[in-house]
Ligand binder design. Sequence first.
Ligand code: AHR
Length: 528
Amino acid sequence: MNCRHIAPAFLLSILLPALSAPLLAQEPVHLSIDASRAGAKIDRNLFGQFAENLGHGLYEGIWVGPDSPIPNTRGIRNDVVTALRALKVPNVRWPGGCFADQYHWRKGIGPAAQRPATVNSAWGGVIDTNAFGTDEFMDFIHQIGSEAYVSVNVGSGTPQEAGEWLEYMTAAAPTALARERAANGHPDAYKVGFMGIGNESWSCGGDMTPDYYASQLKIYSRFVANLNPSQQGPNHMLKIAVGPGTPDTEWTETMMKAWQSHDWSWDFDGLSLHWYTVPNGWPPSTPSTGFGLEEYAKALKSTLFMDEFLHKQEAVMDKYDPQKKVALVVDEWGAWHAPLPGSNPAFLVQQNSLRDAILASLNLNIFARHADRVRMSNIAQMINVLQAMILTDKEKMVLTPTYYLFKMYLPFQDATSIPVAFDAGTYKQGGASLPRVDAIAARDASGKLWIEITNLDADKPAEISADVTGMQVKQAKGETLTAPAVDSVNTFAAPTSVTPKPVSAVVKNGRLALIVEPKSVTVISLEP
Ligand code: AHR
């Protein structure tokens, strides 16, 4: 039904019978949006992903090998590629994570039969065939239409090893390493958009002090170069330094102070930040299925801490870099729950529910509000690990609620954020006190206005009215993601329990009116 010409009151009278009166006996939420007030660009790289060599993230999730009965292209699963292409994944971080600081790239190139078997001591001590190495990763990136974010080994590697890896990937001149790449079937130099210099060097990456890491950072930044001729000058590869993983600011102070006094010989473009939603603290103990409203609310409360964390780190960055040249790169975030019963605990397998999609929306909204500094993020992780987009089991694949959430946010990639003023109200559940709603808005390149509204309240719908000034708005269209319960999941047997559905919204005299369902995420487009 096209609701464009229906008055809001009439529309509400259609929608309301489905929702009992007491349920709506809450203050309507009013949003004020001035479309002429452009904020920062919501960088498409905020919607990046993380694919570590961990559990079934790469092996089985992406790589099944060319001889597999599972349909594949050069060993990479076709179903997964099709699903990821639709998400327009801007960048993929690989090979870790903690794994990156033990990865020696030479073991993953050349004829598969000649690659050595190694032990993945970061994740479960399992045998790694090294079948999925640099050329396979680049093939995967190419197949899904994304960009490479490669983390080099600082913990157990050397600057020489990392420099040679970059040369293998990016040299166009006929150096010995470029010729080796060509002999492996890849004559053209690859592009590497982003290079992470180590991972969590304050912990699994070598337990370094900030000063020790800062010295390493300078050396790697100086001597590990991208040689691709098309990535020189303004298109240069962005170097990302290890940043904080706890809210204290000592690490950030040290890196930013060093950066402020850097000379021509070294630099970095981004500072990484890791923060997971672990509702009961470490070790992760919350079940990923079969939980109730209290656990739901606790998880959302815990995820909202991201905002405070970013503010703290940004205050330090602003002190040393008021022009915001260095981006904050949240290259690990997401819900970390207890391992699924029966799974290998080292493989970090968890289900993915409506709760996880809702908490992803809250994080993406926080990033959008910090978009002047936070210009890249990578949800952990892409497939079969932690808060995954996709789960696979042999030939089967299922798209998670978080996958659909990311799909709904596609219009926000590279859109210009527009501030939204609203009184969020309060949603109380168990011991947690949360905002009832959250919202962001942005304008895309074609001039369309996009509004996202999250209703955190698990029981009550929210009646939304939005006054839009600064542009003429006529037609509203949208989708909403919700499900019968906060712990609803998609399974191989029932893959579409949590999928977006069209939502009705009306626009009259510059005012948008709609009702958003309990525990839902809604994205509306408004055409000029
Ligand atoms: O994403 C799983 C792990 O979490 C990563 O390997 C590490 O960087 C972080 O501690």
